[in-house]
Design a protein around this ligand. Structure first.
Ligand code: COS
Length: 389
């Protein structure tokens, strides 16, 4: 039976996240966007509130939230500031593969680092490469056995937290010819010799977050850092993304909701032709569409996250949620700018930032075209997600 009622724990988590977003994130969101960084103080407060490692089980110091609660918290965080929320969310993305497949020793060693309120560290999920974006199986970061350790060589790009992470979950291949059959995953510390940070990206939106290249040049990786063996890495990535895409969709709903609230308030206050512009049907219908689509988006991400929480297959629902909510956030924020007219184009109005932030929701954690590939393959009843040859 479907039950839309939140339990007391979920209500408390959402309330806490909303208050954090309202009181700590919103007041500095425009400044963080402009400066391209987040004050340390805010990150420490987030760590104290359990927001730097929401999906990490509580025995390692994390928030211990199930996927549904984490997604609803994500909606609030992105409502506050998508750039800051992306930074914190990337910790969950980087650690989910380890939650799924890591050993007890690896979890004990690495998870508490992200949760320390006095000195919270970051983690980065290293999958994407210049030649492997949507085609994740094409990665070319090569790992080789060398005595009692491995040697890692390759280059990752567009890595959230890339330049500020303490450690990375790195997807690499023992045999590129094998495509997904060759993929494995290792934990690589930033401090290892041969790890360097390349270009820091200058982005359109989510500007408070750090996005950078991470380069591995003959990096010696201890054998005990392998957490997904050869041949299992691609499945680990797919399962990770199935589990985390609902939170991205929820983030898109958070951005859309912020834009809707701004547009609604403005439309009630702005008078043209002798009445508030909300009384013009053209504007009124834009707002009604926003309200409908935000509600629909919330239900679809909740469905995907609920299934993930229950350990049920959720690939299809995650793709529905990611594609619908990402596209919806782009439409909603664009229309929110439109309702503001010339003012909406100016940086002093929040909707300008929200529209830039929304664009990434159609791109990261699998483009919305890739989500349609997954949905389309399912419609055709094929098991391979990319059946087009
Ligand atoms: N869960 C478990 N297994 C899955 C899976 C899923 N969701 N999706 C695919 N697989 C399995 C398949 O069943 C297949 O296994 P077998 O060979 O044992 O049958 C294997 O993985 C390969 O699947 P497929 O042939 O569909 O792989 P493709 O290379 O065609 O790629 C897509 C599939 C396009 C879905 C995948 O590459 C993808 O998700 N790309 C986007 C990557 C992404 O999101 N990047 C952003 C990173 S975070 S910023």
């Amino acid at each position: 039976m479907v039950d839309f009622e939140l339990d007391e724990e979920q209500k408390a988590a959402c309330k806490m996240a909303h208050e954090f977003a309202l009181n700590e994130m919103r007041p500095i969101a425009l400044e963080c966007d402009k400066e391209g960084k987040i004050p340390d103080d805010l990150i420490k407060k987030a760590a104290s509130a359990g927001l730097t490692a929401m999906g990490i089980p509580d025995e390692y110091g994390g928030g211990g939230l199930d996927q549904l609660t984490a997604a609803m918290v994500s909606e609030e965080m992105f409502w506050g500031c998508a750039g800051i929320a992306t930074t914190l969310g990337a910790n969950s993305l980087a650690t989910t593969p380890m939650v799924i497949a890591g050993t007890e020793e690896q979890k004990k060693e690495y998870f508490p680092r992200l949760c320390d309120p006095d000195d919270p560290k970051f983690a980065g999920f290293c999958l994407t490469e210049p030649g492997a974006g949507s085609d994740a199986a094409a990665i070319n970061t090569i790992i080789k056995e060398d005595g009692d350790h491995y040697i890692l060589n390759g280059q990752k790009c567009f890595i959230t937290n890339g330049g500020i992470a303490d450690f990375y979950s790195v997807f690499c291949t023992f045999d590129k010819e094998k495509r997904y059959g060759g993929i494995a995953a290792v934990i690589v510390e930033r401090s290892y010799e041969g790890v360097s940070i390349g270009k820091k990206e200058d982005k359109m939106g989510i500007r408070a977050s750090n996005t950078a290249e991470v380069i591995f040049d003959n990096v010696k990786v201890p054998k005990e850092n392998l957490f997904v063996p050869m041949g299992q890495g691609f499945y680990n990535v797919m399962v990770t993304l199935d589990m985390t895409r609902a939170s991205v969709a929820a983030g898109a709903v958070g951005i859309a909701r912020a834009a809707f609230e701004e547009a609604l308030a403005y439309a009630k206050e702005r008078v043209q032709f002798g009445r508030p512009i909300i009384a013009q049907q053209a504007i009124n219908f834009m707002l009604t569409d926003m309200a409908m689509e935000i509600e629909a988006g919330r239900r679809v991400y909740q469905l995907a996250a609920w299934k993930a929480s229950k350990g049920l297959p959720c690939s299809l629902e995650s793709s529905y949620a990611k594609a619908f909510c990402g596209d919806m956030a782009m439409r909603t924020t664009t229309n929110a700018v439109q309702i503001h007219g010339g003012y909406g184009y100016m940086k002093e109005y929040l909707v300008e930032k929200l529209m830039r932030d929304a664009k990434i929701m159609q791109i990261y954690e699998g483009t919305n075209q890739i989500q349609r590939v997954v949905i389309g393959a399912n419609l055709m009843g094929v098991t391979d997600a990319y059946p087009w040859g």
